[in-house]
Design a protein around this ligand. Structure first.
Ligand code: DGJ
Length: 712
């Protein structure tokens, strides 16, 4: 809902618990008024009427107060917009008009007379999440191209506070989304990706809390960028203690582009959320927002999948995949995915990437017979692809060596023996569309795991004048391909993978059904990765596999099936071990875990997440609540002698209700679970447990003891 002040220059947007307000001055400066608890229009107008801060030597009266600081004029903060054309640099805008777009979107239109540039700033409330983006239109009647040096999606302004703490999700390959909190001192903290994809190093998300928020209490601001290419977010603590967060696509000059007369560009969405219910409440609102507005068909639970990568690597055959599929079906798996090496001359990572036809030695009849077999076993059938890449040793590269990103006369850097196709080129996009469409038409494929296994290094496009629209155009090309494939094959689901979690963001989540969280499938390491992931993204998209023990992929850790399953059951469960080596007893146990997961799946994937204890080396636990159903997953990494595992206090329950636990037979009072907690009975090393609780209609059934699982 948009509310407008009496003079048509104050705007107020409100969600269920929060409001966002802005004000246009008589000099057409667009000032930030409020982002925080829900307020009335009269409050916004009172803020608008507040006296301008006194002028201070060497300080700008605009810095820290503007909605979208442009380059030029009395500004010293990082500009969100930097443009040049006709020998003039910077922007000096006049307000044109405001409009209400679809879904209550507030659009504010400005124009720069010198450049003939129109800038539209858009704001849309989705629940309590504010979606912001900008559109630039070269409306000049002349022939001058405008050069856009930087166009961020938005600048967010946070109020002055004594202390600010900054949270980020940093990492690297196989160790993604590590949550780190640290004090925000004065100056700028900049995170981003210079890699052409979102990157393993940072999720495009930042979180700020003042005055020491906790998991369930306190004021938290957070912002997330919907973009899958290079990006940059700057968090600036200003001299007066206020904070501005500016972010958008592109890093350094990679986002530069020319805007010829009559053309427009839109930035990706930069979404922001204010919450006063701590880190947990903030995460739950982000999760609900993504399920309601971002992720396709998010109210449908995701199937349990089997993926063959860790079992078979590059050494695959139809017969072997059939055998794995049979074992997977016995376990209750619902989707069987053949990973790498089913196509071209792909017998190692040295050859075949780019040639998307089944390897005739390995699949003489194509993929159809295996797909039919998988379907006959009652599962859906999926394949792995990596369309944006080629091996130099591939038919595609031999035919079109100019289709990869490169600079003339320079080395073509290989990572994992592969080069990056230039998706900015229309012929490349058309070729990929034809290949992928034919693949999905030629065999009954239900699922595509879309991988991306290296960063950009030689991002050149010979023959194209500078600035070459290569970095952004690649991402748009990737999005267009996915959108087109989804439209043409609406029953096919897609997974975003980039060597694990190298492409996880709100942009890719708008067009994929789940993401591969990390190549690290060690169940203990995963707890920290999943903890970070859950700060922003819901369990509904977080794929997690149970693999072999000792862990073959990374660290050789030995862990029980119980620990591996309970770790992976915190997201979208998958199985990725070599099932031909699992004993009959292991397979029988795995079948029981899969069955249990299917029972709790709607609560895990669609419910509200409460992080009960963080994975900081000691016991940890998460809880999901959906209607009357509650699921608790608890893990104990190691137990010191004489150290008892403390009960975990549950959250989000009705204290006046009673809850029956299907796993212990106990009936608990809600108030007792909330205040005294649930005894988990975990002991020893790498122990784990699942508790299914259901709210009872009648509280008199509840035992009054502080009961639960006896600790023997
Ligand atoms: C990287 C992915 O993260 C793995 O799961 C697997 O698909 C390999 N690529 C295949 O090359």
């Amino acid at each position: 809902m948009i509310e407008i002040g009496a003079d048509d220059r104050t705007w107020l947007l409100s969600g269920p618990t929060s409001s966002y307000a802005l004000r246009l001055t008589d000099r057409d400066e667009l000032l930030h008024l409020h982002w925080g608890p829900r307020i009335a229009l009269a409050d916004a107008e009172a803020l608008a009427a507040a006296p301008t801060p006194p002028e201070r030597p060497f300080e700008s009266w605009l810095d820290g107060r503007e909605e979208y600081p442009v380059e030029g004029g009395p500004r010293f903060v990082r500009p969100a917009l930097s443009v040049r054309g006709g020998g003039v640099r910077g922007t000096e805008w006049r307000f044109l008009r405001w409009a209400e777009g679809a879904d209550g979107e507030l659009q504010l239109h400005f124009t720069d007379a010198v450049h003939g540039l129109q800038v539209t700033l858009s704001y849309r409330m989705r629940g309590d999440v504010v979606e912001r983006y900008a559109v630039l239109l070269n409306a000049s009647t002349g022939a001058t191209d405008l050069e856009v040096l930087r166009a961020d999606s938005a600048t967010w302004t946070l109020p002055p506070r004594e202390r600010w703490r900054f949270s980020q999700l940093h990492g690297r390959w196989a160790a993604e989304s590590r949550l780190v909190r640290s004090e925000l001192t004065y100056g700028e903290r900049v995170i981003g990706s210079r890699r052409g994809h979102t990157g393993h190093q940072h999720l495009p998300w930042v979180e700020l809390d003042a005055d020491g928020a906790t998991e369930e209490h306190g004021e938290v601001y957070s912002c997330a960028l919907a973009w899958s290419g290079s990006w940059r977010i700057s968090v600036h603590r200003l001299p007066d203690g206020a904070v501005q967060i500016t972010g958008g696509s592109g890093h350094d000059d990679s986002g530069q582009e020319l805007l010829p007369p009559g053309t427009a560009i839109a930035t990706p969405v930069f979404a922001g959320l204010w919450s006063d219910s701590g880190f947990g409440g903030t995460s739950r609102t982000w999760h609900a927002y993504q399920r309601a507005h971002v992720i396709p068909d998010a109210d449908e639970v995701r199937p349990v999948l089997y993926n063959s990568w860790e079992a078979t690597g590059f050494d695959i055959s139809e017969e072997q995949q059939r055998a794995l599929a049979e074992r997977a079906a016995e376990l209750g798996v619902e989707l069987f995915v053949v990973d790498d090496a089913w196509f071209g001359a792909r017998v190692s990572d040295r050859a075949g990437l780019g040639d998307w036809t089944p390897n005739p030695d390995r699949f003489p009849g194509g993929l159809g017979p295996l797909a039919d077999h998988v379907h006959a076993l009652g599962m859906r059938f999926g394949i792995w692809v990596e369309p944006e890449m080629v091996n130099a040793d591939s038919d595609l590269y031999r035919a079109h060596p100019d289709w990869v990103q490169h600079h003339p006369g320079r080395a073509r850097t290989e990572f994992r023996n592969q080069l990056v196709l230039n998706l900015a080129r229309e012929d490349v996009r058309n070729h990929l569309w034809e290949q992928l469409d034919a693949l999905l038409t030629g065999a009954p494929v239900d699922y595509v795991k879309w991988d991306f296994n290296r960063c950009f290094t030689d991002a050149g496009w010979p023959g194209e004048p500078y600035p070459q629209r290569l970095w952004d155009a690649h991402v748009h090309g990737f999005y267009d391909l996915l959108d087109r494939l989804r439209a043409a094959h609406p029953t096919v689901a897609f997974e975003s993978c980039s060597g694990g979690g190298g492409r996880v963001d709100l942009g890719v989540l708008a067009r994929t059904d789940q993401v591969w969280t990390s190549d690290n499938t060690d169940p203990l390491d995963r707890l920290a990765i999943q903890h970070g992931f859950s700060q922003i993204h819901p369990a509904r998209v977080m794929a997690a596999w149970v693999t072999d023990s000792p862990n073959t992929q990374l660290n050789g850790r030995v862990s029980s099936l119980r620990f591996r399953f309970v770790s992976a059951m915190a997201g979208v469960l998958g199985v990725g071990g070599d099932l031909t080596r699992w004993s009959a007893a292991e397979r029988a146990e795995a079948r029981d875990w899969v069955e249990l997961y299917k029972e709790i799946r709607p609560v895990v994937q669609l419910g509200d997440l409460y992080r009960l204890r963080d994975p900081d080396g000691g016991p940890c636990a998460v809880q999901y609540v959906r209607g009357d159903d509650v699921v608790v997953l608890a893990w104990l990494p190691a137990q010191a002698y004489g150290q008892e595992t403390p009960p975990v206090r549950l959250r989000g329950l009705d204290p006046a209700a009673a809850y029956a636990c299907a796993d212990t037979g106990a009936v608990h009072r809600g108030a007792v679970l909330l205040h005294h907690g649930l005894r988990t009975g975990l002991r020893g090393d790498l122990d784990a447990a699942v508790f299914r609780l259901r709210r009872l209609a009648d509280v008199t059934d509840a035992a009054d003891a502080y009961s639960g699982l006896a600790q023997s």
